[in-house]
Design a protein around this ligand. Sequence first.
Ligand code: S3P
Length: 182
Amino acid sequence: MNGILSEKGIAFPVFLIGFMGSGKSTLGSWLAARLNVDFVDLDRLVEACEGMPIPLIFAQRGEEAFRVAERRALLDFCQQGRRVVVSTGGGAPCYRDNLLHMQRAGTTVYLQLAAEELATRLRGVQAERPLLAGVLPEALAGHVGTMLAAREPYYSQADLVVEAGVGGIPDIGEQVLRLLLG
Ligand code: S3P
C-alpha cells in the first residue's frame, strides 16, 4: 500500500480483485461513486484498446495475447497513480507479477466468495467468459472450485479481504469503505 494517499487516507488506485462473478464491477462503480473518484473496468478498457470483445480476443489471438494486453493496461494504471477504483479481470492478479505491481501502486481488495456461490452466479453468463464457455452446467461447480483453488494463493495476498457472498451491494460496499478508511 504505497500509492498516493488521498485526503481520506486511502492509498489509490484501489484495485478490486477476485474470481469471475464476484461482483467487482458492480461494487467498483458503487465504491467510486461513494468516494467521488473515477471508476475503471479493466476488462472494458482492454476491449477498447484491442477493438474487440474479450471472447473474440481469446478466439482470434489466444489467452496469452489477452494477458499481455490486460497487463499493459493494468501497469499503465499502476504507473499513473490516479485517484481511481479499478475492477480487474479474475485472472489479472495471477499473471506474472501483476499483483505485486498493484500492491506497490495502491490498495488491493479481494472479494471472497465460495466456489458454489460463484458457480450459481456464473450459470447462464458463461458465454461471456471464454474460460468457462465450454464447461457443461453439471461440471461448472467443480471447474470453478479447481480454478479458485489455484487462484486463491494470489487473491488472499490482498491488502484487504472482504467476505462478499452474503448481503447486497450497500452492505458489502459499506464494509469495504470501513476497511479502506481504517
Ligand atoms: C477472466 C475473467 C474475466 C475476463 C476474462 C478472463 C479470468 O473478467 O478478464 O474472461 O481469467 O478469470 P471478470 O472476472 O470480470 O469476469
